[in-house]
Design a protein around this ligand. Structure first.
Ligand SMILES: N[C@@H](CCC[C@H](N)C(=O)O)C(=O)O
Length: 275
C-alpha cells in the first residue's frame, strides 16, 4: 500500500500534507509523524499536516486539520499550514483544529485565514501559575518581560531593538522547555520597525528555528498592538518573507500571505515502521 502526500510550504515553513480521508486504514501517530518529518531518513518537513473528516463536535466544519511538529508532538495550530491547506482544498472552508475553528479562503498566490481570537488568561496560554500575561515578570539572559498569548497555540513574544543580535538557537530551547510553560511555548523575538511593520524570528516549539511561523506572526502583531507599539494591522517580516496580520476591533485575527505546492509523491508506511 502507498500513501499519497503533497509537499507544500508557506514562506519556507514546510509541510507534508496527507489527506487521510483517502487513506483511513493508516494509523498516524507520533512515531510515524517524526519519521516522515526527518530530513535525513524521511520526506522532511517542519510539520506533518493530516486532513480528516470533521468530527461530531466540529460544529459546521468542512474537515479537520491535525498538526504534528517534527519532534512528533501533536499541536493545536499552524498558521502557515492553514494557508497551504486553503491552497490544497482549493475553496473556502471552515477547518476544525485542536486550537479551534478557523476559516480559510484561497487568494491569488496564497490565502487569507480567519484565525479566531487570542486568549490572554494565564490558564489559557497556559502558564504554570497566575501572572500578568502582558509582561511576564521573568527573564532569560538578556530577554525579559515577554508578552504571552494563545492564538490557537501558545506563544511568548520578546520585543528587542535588534532581532539578529539574539542567540535564539541557545535561548529558544531554554525558554521552550522552561517549566513555567507546562505545554511548552513558541518563542518570538520581535522588533517594531514602524507602526505598521514588525521584524520577527521564531523558535518553534517542537520544531526549532523555522523560516517563518504564521501563528508567531499573529502573536507578535497582537502583542505589539496590545502594548500600543503598532496599529492593529501590520506587515510581519520573517526570514522566509512577509505576512499581513490584522487584529480587528472585535479581537478577531486575520492572516494573509503566500502558500506554495512544491511536489506530490507517495510513500510506503511500512518503510517508516507503520502498520
Ligand atoms: N509553523 C507553524 C506553527 C506550528 C506549531 C508550533 N510549532 C507549535 O508547537 O505550536 C505556524 O506557521 O504557525
Amino acid at each position: 500500500m502507498r500513501v499519497d502526500f503533497t509537499k507544500m510550504h508557506g514562506l519556507g515553513n514546510d509541510f507534508v500534507v496527507i489527506d487521510h480521508r483517502a487513506h483511513e486504514s493508516v494509523a498516524i501517530d507520533r512515531a510515524l509523524a517524526a519519521a516522515l518529518a526527518d530530513r535525513h531518513t524521511g520526506i522532511g518537513c517542519d510539520q506533518l499536516i493530516v486532513l480528516e473528516a470533521a468530527r461530531d463536535e466540529d460544529e459546521d466544519a468542512d474537515f479537520r486539520m491535525r498538526i504534528w511538529n517534527v519532534d512528533g508532538g501533536e499541536v493545536e495550530a499552524c498558521g502557515n499550514a492553514s494557508r497551504a491547506v486553503a491552497l490544497f482544498h482549493g475553496a473556502q472552508a471552515r477547518v476544525a483544529t485542536a486550537g479551534g475553528i478557523i476559516a480559510v479562503t484561497p487568494e491569488r498566490g496564497g490565502a487569507a485565514v480567519a484565525m479566531g481570537k487570542p486568549r490572554f488568561g494565564w490558564e489559557d496560554i497556559p502558564l504554570d501559575y497566575a501572572m500578568d500575561s502582558s509582561a511576564l515578570p521573568l527573564s532569560w539572559g538578556p530577554l525579559e518581560q515577554p508578552f504571552a498569548v494563545n492564538v490557537g497555540n501558545p506563544h511568548v513574544v520578546f520585543f528587542v531593538d535588534d532581532i539578529e543580535a539574539v542567540d535564539l538557537a541557545t535561548l529558544g530551547p531554554e525558554i521552550e522547555h522552561d517549566p513555567v510553560f507546562p505545554e511548552g511555548i513558541n518563542v518570538g523575538i520581535a522588533s517594531v520597525e514602524a507602526r505598521d511593520y514588525i521584524s520577527l524570528r521564531v523558535w518553534e516549539r517542537g520544531a526549532g528555528l523555522t523560516r517563518a511561523c504564521g501563528t508567531g506572526a499573529c502573536a507578535a502583531l497582537v502583542a505589539a498592538a496590545e502594548r500600543g507599539l503598532t496599529e492593529r494591522t501590520a506587515t510581519v517580516n520573517l526570514p522566509g518573507g512577509r505576512l499581513t496580520i490584522s487584529y480587528g476591533e472585535d479581537g478577531a485575527i486575520v492572516m494573509r500571505g503566500p502558500a506554495v505546492e512544491s511536489f506530490r509523491g507517495s510513500f510506503d508506511p511500512s518503510a517508516f515502521g507503520a502498520a
